[in-house]
Design a protein around this ligand. Structure first.
Ligand code: PLP
Length: 375
């Protein structure tokens, strides 16, 4: 490679600078300001939701959402074993215990057939995580939740604009959380949002986000509940609004890149992507692949090292929740086997995935992968 290709970098190609400049030049740099409300409104609508509550990052979005649902000590929350640690941390922040379900070997998302075996009288909610931009089987999850009277909270941190049977990520549950970290399809550098169609939950989110100041009435500095300061600033929201204006364009760019990777690697034995399915719009946040060393002739570690030597940046996939010392110390049950999750950790990694990647970048990366195969 002539130049270094990072695993991901933001695309800031719209009104970001104009809106940020406006926020700074008018002095509206705190969380009071028109960009926060406009970003909340437009991003929520983008997700097929009525209400949005902007916060500082995706991790606190999850914590705020769980708090708004009243989840706390003594409760259990079901999460996928194969996820980013933030999903589990947010449950721990509330005092509830995260309970793990292995990944589905095809989709890599939570295995819906294994959820019911993990439900107890203490279970209060399920958090499906739409991994790498592919949504979970929400019909199956909704049916389980209904049978057992559980809340569903989508962790849609990686799935801006993704769809399941015509429904947008974020609109298929009681509450849904997004991250706007710099590598996300829609970014504010650091940032997050909770979206919902439920007015009561919306009010509770706003209340807890802002120190439990009363939503209406005088600011007399008397607080009835313990709240958080999870507010997003107007400067950050200015970037978010500009990004939301182009969300569909960025989604198309990621999907096009994913289609190119699939095309150029289609004949390479032992390279596998998440499945494509007509019921789903997979927004390909990251181009995650798994390598079968028998078929490819090299391990994923060898391939990652080779790509690095050739100036192509890659990243490991997550390590399962059952292997996290912090969760064991917290009291989560980390016994049991999670073979699919372990398989993904052992054999998977991300290829460069920025929206702005060019076709020639992708072709060159794929040529390296083809040339290194030792089948
Ligand atoms: C599935 C998932 N949940 C939650 C988060 C946390 O978001 P943030 O990094 O904005 O706190 C991430 C971040 O990448 C994520 O991938």
């Amino acid at each position: 490679m002539e130049k270094f290709i990072p695993v991901c970098e933001p695309t800031l190609a719209g009104n970001e600078l104009q809106y940020v400049t406006e926020a700074v030049s008018t002095g509206w740099i705190s969380s009071a300001g028109k960009y926060v409300t406009e970003f909340e409104k437009q991003f929520a609508h983008y997700c097929g939701c009525e209400y949005g509550v902007a916060v500082c990052n995706g991790t606190v979005a999850l914590h705020l959402a769980l708090a708004a649902l009243g989840i706390g000590k003594g409760d259990e929350v079901i999460i996928p074993n194969f996820t980013m640690i933030a999903t589990a941390f947010a449950v721990c922040y509330t005092g509830a215990i995260p309970v793990f379900v292995d990944a589905d070997p095809d989709t890599w998302n939570i295995d819906v057939d294994q959820i019911e075996a993990k439900i107890t009288s203490r279970t209060k909610a399920i958090i499906p995580v739409h991994l790498f931009g592919l949504m979970c089987d929400m019909d199956a999850i909704e049916a389980i939740a209904k049978r057992h009277h559980l809340y569903v909270l989508e962790d849609a941190a990686e799935a801006h604009g993704a769809e399941y049977k015509g429904r947008k990520a974020g609109s298929c549950s009681d509450l849904a959380c997004f991250s706007f970290f710099a590598n996300k399809n829609v970014t504010t550098g650091e940032g997050g949002m909770v979206v919902t169609n439920n007015k009561d939950l919306y009010d509770r989110l706003r209340y807890h986000k802002n120190m439990c100041f009363p939503l209406d009435g005088p600011r007399n500095y008397v607080h009835n509940d313990i709240g958080f300061n999870y507010r997003m600033s107007n400067v950050v929201a200015a970037i978010g609004l500009a990004q939301t204006e182009r969300a569909d364009e960025y989604k198309r760019m990621r999907m096009r890149n994913n289609a190119l990777y699939r095309q150029y690697l289609s004949n390479v034995p032992g390279v596998r992507f998440q499945p494509l399915d007509d019921d789903y719009v997979d927004v390909a946040w990251m181009n995650a692949i798994v390598i079968d060393p028998q078929l490819y002739g090299r391990t994923k570690d060898e391939l990652m090292a080779f790509l690095k030597e050739n100036k192509v940046d890659t990243r490991l996939l997550f390590v399962g929740m059952h292997r996290q010392p912090c969760l064991r110390k917290f009291g989560a049950d980390c016994s049991g086997n999670y073979p699919v999750s372990d398989f993904l950790t052992e054999h998977g990694f991300y290829l460069p995935s920025a929206s702005s990647l060019s076709e020639s970048d992708i072709r060159d990366i794929c040529q390296l992968i083809v040339s290194f195969a030792n089948a």
